[in-house]
Design a protein. Sequence first.
Length: 667
Amino acid sequence: MQSHAGENTAPPETGRNRVVIDHFGPVVDAGRFPVKRVVGEKVAVTAHIFADGHEKIGAELLYRTRHERDYRSAELRLTVNDEWTGVFEVSQLATYYYTARAWLDRFGTWQDDLRKKVAAGRQAAVDLAIGAELLEKTAQRANEADAGELCTVAQKLKRPEIADEAVQTALSDDLTALVLRNQERANVSQYHSELAVSVSRPKAAFSAWYEMFPRSCGPPGTYGTFADCERLLPDIQKMGFDVLYLPPIHPIGRTHRKGRNNSTACTAGDPGSPWAIGSAEGGHKAVRPELGDIADFRRLTKRAGEHGMEIALDLAFQCSPDHPYVKEHPEWFRWRPDGTVQYAENPPKKYEDILPLNFETDNWKQLWQELESVVFFWLDQGVRIFRVDNPHTKPFVFWQWLIRRVRKRHPDVIFLSEAFTRPKIMRHLAKIGFDQSYTYFTWRNTKLEIEQYLTELTGSEAREYLRPNFWPNTPDILPQYLQYGGRAGFIIRLVLAATLSSNYGIYGPPFELCVCQAAEEYLHSEKYEIRHWNRRQAGNIRPVIERVNRARRENPSLQNTRSLRFYHIENDMIIAYGKTNEDMSNITVTVVNLDPYHKQSGWLNLPLEKLGIDPNQPYLLHDLLSNDKYIWQGGSNYLELDPRVMPAHILTVYKRMRREQDFDYFM
């Protein structure tokens, strides 16, 4: 028979590897990109492992860090229908690699056959003799103590007069463990590739961000400074935030500077948009003189750390027309036929004060190196978190290169992708290295929208590489729900953001004060003017923010997104969902009235069996927002939520009443 052109008809190097390993994962794009975890998390692995015939299979999970040559191993267990599962923990800030190998378990197969024959009442003398040969062969590989024990058992299996006792010994757990410790694994099949796990520090998976403009932190009538920011640190810490995000702190250009409310008419006192970076005073490696100097910024970073917070800086790779790059490297920009430089546009919006960089320049390598030096400059100042502005408008290959080089020297750096763009682009940015991602949560308001979107994020492959960071508002975005939902609307969106996702953030003062005046974006936006906020203003929701963040800190179940499960409640204006930690020792149930105007009620159905709750026993719930306590029994219980009082419950669930005193405490 003739072979087709290009078809390899040569036999394989060995035809004796009969075990097949496929559908191995978790995996992203067939292994092209790593899955993501943080230090201390576990990777739950599945694989389909099978062979021809009916012989028993042995398998193990292999894993190592990038710096290790030898594998560590973990057990792979057969569950059902040729599916095997295993787990390993990532304990270092490093890239891990993992694979699987499997083999035909001769001794295990022999034990199974012996067990069946004995159960059928058949003579086992020949089978015991075969087992003795297997044990003697295994003894040749064992240490002296194990070899002696194996040979002793082998001799016992050869004595037909004690066949019943020999069978019991042959099928014992002790002998099985002894053989497993020493048996030869011949004709081992190994999965065809290593898969990778990118491991970040825990804050990549659990964080609470607070955004504020430093220039608005001073007394009324002044330009705020880094020192003014320092004075607010205890206040922000009290609310429970651990990341303080600052919009660009660099010099601001004057050419085409924007005036109030994004006006092209700029007066002498208008400070301009912080995203119009660069002037005669410097560019991306300089700070705006009005804020202070580099030493003042270093001090702010240090003081933030003392208050349990980190400073996150905005990384916006764009320039004002006055940026030093424009004169020093005109080839890094696009020039139009009339001799003017191309400014940024997103029709119908125009950004005359911003020039995008030309990543297709012939001098692209030097551009990349300069932008890399910007990141390392701020790393040298103590920054370890960057919120990256519009990464989808720069080449993906650039970000992949930059993040890889940064992580090589500083594996603890966290990058947040601010890309409100098409889903596949947002996902690709996450795949190539961004630790967290802005999402469409801001515009998901109805129960159906929220459930569908979160199911997409947590129930698909995306759960392995995209960590959502939920923001109910930003300086650019004041959604209609907040414009018209009043104080209750702000609380609703706060609770949803903070409990649906383990990473969330707020654009601070306007959110805590429930500011809702908007045109296309915030009216009198801080992007274009200095605002002085009265943070103790009546109607603020600071106490609620404190309670929500305390609930997140004290409940491990709220520190992950993967365990999210939605629960049934017939009222479409109420959404209910739960989370658990890994060992189910901490369970939270969150119930939110999505109607900011009217009281809503319904019967909530909890899956008690899945939560490990006895349906015949009462269980306790503690509302972390109101501090109320409830005693429920059974899976279906009635509740109502009045937005004028509190539009949500965040409930810690206690599975059982242990003492009569529990009733007294919770009554």
